[in-house]
Design a protein around this ligand. Structure first.
Ligand SMILES: Nc1ncnc2c1ncn2[C@@H]1O[C@H](COP(=O)(O)OP(=O)(O)OP(=O)(O)O)[C@@H](O)[C@H]1O
Ligand SMILES: NC(=O)c1ccc[n+]([C@@H]2O[C@H](COP(=O)(O)O)[C@@H](O)[C@H]2O)c1
Length: 182
């Protein structure tokens, strides 16, 4: 019998507990899940501080920590392309076949719908806290970010000295803005 596979796309900057919840919930409904790490080529910017490889590492460790069966998922880095109308083909070229997409992103939903691939709006878990933006802001402001991500992701973030990186990126942005105004 054919496997029922879904695709979940997210930038995962960084991987947080909301991602793990949606992954676990989706796996109750499908045989296999393809997890596409979006904007894989981006890093070292305020909203995309982590490299594609670092995000693969975080996700691999977190799925192991949560005891998710490795035979049930694929982690695929997805680079952005200039042309939105070709993006679905680009994604299909890089992923195993799937029958639906899980995404709350309006553009992603529209592009797949136009190619007749259905999407599900994810059920958002504790969205006030479980969002990449919230994790990055807390890192910047020396607030508790650790409780928002799996323990294994805390370890990776320390290993790659990411809090220091995020602070440096922010400092550079602020000084560039000040120079622009001069
Ligand atoms: N709290 C959450 N609960 C369930 N799913 C979530 C949650 N946050 C994100 N997701 C899932 O991840 C996808 C988006 O991934 P992304 O990495 O952009 O998360 P994000 O937290 O919205 O990031 P950012 O704040 O950096 O934009 C969503 O389409 C959704 O499927
Ligand atoms: N033209 C493109 O490359 C294209 C189009 C739509 C979405 N995407 C990507 O899909 C991902 C969607 O994830 P988010 O929901 O986390 O924004 C992002 O990485 C986004 O850049 C890329």
């Amino acid at each position: 019998m054919n496997k029922k596979r879904a695709l979940l796309v997210g930038r995962m900057q960084p991987v947080h507990k909301g991602h793990l919840s949606v992954i676990q919930e989706t796996l109750n409904d499908v045989d296999e899940l393809i997890i596409g790490i979006g904007s894989a080529e981006k890093s070292h910017t305020p909203s995309n501080p982590f490299t594609g490889g670092e995000r693969v590492l975080m996700l691999t460790k977190a799925l192991r920590e949560y005891d998710v069966d490795p035979s049930r998922y694929y982690i695929i880095p997805l680079e952005d392309i200039a042309c939105n109308s070709l993006w679905v083909s680009h994604v299909k070229m890089l992923t195993p076949p799937f029958c639906k997409v899980i995404s709350g992103n309006g553009l992603v939903q529209q592009l797949f719908e136009e190619e007749n691939i259905p999407y599900n709006e994810p059920h958002l878990f504790n969205r006030e806290e479980f969002s990449g933006t919230e994790v990055r802001n807390r890192m910047l402001n020396d607030e508790d970010w650790e409780s928002l991500v799996p323990e294994s992701v805390v370890k990776v973030i320390h290993e790659i000295k990411a809090v220091e990186r995020i602070k440096k990126i922010h400092k550079k942005e602020v000084s560039e803005l000040i120079n622009e105004k001069k």
